[in-house]
Design a protein. Structure first.
Length: 256
């Protein structure tokens, strides 16, 4: 299989790249994983740009990339990593990727532009990335990057999780931005047990969406953004492996 850039392939269970014609051909509505038979669908005529060798452009109105039938991946996600190249826009909080389907459980990665809402009782986050993991509206965990402002530009974000954390972060959730492990703060923690932290029972997870939180008909939230690359690993990437993946692709996005 032709992966293109020299990324880490050990443990890779899903890999979609707008620049790789084996994964996506301009004009198509189908996105193929490069490592198994998982298929994604571009919904509502999502645009494609040849910028940065290939980019999906989401309008924030009704566009999304739906990755479904991930049954074969679910058992591998207890210790796992989620890696995305994203160019957020300037307003609101924006979903980079999310688990979707039924209303709960849910988890996903967001970007917070200046002025976006924060959790009740906490300062409004700005220019940061966050993870939301929830089993119900009263059983939620929100973790934010802190100490560094991230602008609306091409950015590599990798989220990793592993067993054996502490009471506030039971799965050792880490958020790396451009290869660097970020300082984190707990924005909200109303979970009742370790299982709530990151949906231990991965069989509850039936699909991912890029550029949206899609829980129709109850809730639909779309993001104006650009995404070029998304991968999932059935292992917790190390610091060195995360940095390796960032370095493998940074030139494509004008980063040195």
């Amino acid at each position: 299989m032709r992966f293109g850039p020299n990324i880490i392939t050990e443990g890779l269970v899903f890999f979609a790249d707008a620049a790789n014609p084996t994964s996506y051909i301009s004009g198509s509505s189908t996105v193929d994983s490069l490592v198994d038979d998982t298929i994604g669908s571009l919904i509502n005529y999502t645009d494609f740009s040849t910028d940065n060798q290939g980019t999906w452009v989401f309008d924030g109105i009704d566009d999304r990339l739906e990755i479904n039938k991930i049954t074969s991946i679910n058992p591998l996600l207890l210790n796992s990593s989620f890696n995305i190249w994203v160019h957020p826009s300037e307003t609101g909080y924006q979903w980079c990727f999310s688990k979707s389907g039924v209303y709960y459980p849910i988890y996903g990665l967001r970007y917070h532009a200046p002025g976006s809402p924060g959790p009740s009782g906490n300062p409004t986050p700005s220019k940061c990335y966050s993870i939301l993991a929830a089993k119900a509206s009263t059983r939620r965990l929100q973790i934010y990057t802190t100490g560094t402002d991230f602008n609306e530009e091409w950015t590599n974000v990798c989220v990793t999780k592993a067993d054996g954390g502490n009471a506030l972060n039971n799965y050792n959730i880490k958020i790396y931005v451009n290869g660097i492990n970020q300082n984190l703060i707990i924005g909200e923690n109303t979970s009742l047990s370790q299982d709530d932290m990151w949906l231990d029972n991965n069989l509850d997870i039936n699909m991912f969406n890029l550029a949206s939180l899609y829980r129709a008909p109850a809730h639909e939230n779309y993001t104006e953004t650009k995404i070029s690359f998304f991968s999932i690993y059935g292992k917790t990437l190390t610091d060195d492996e995360v940095l390796h993946n960032y370095n493998a692709l940074k030139g494509r996005f004008g980063l040195s």
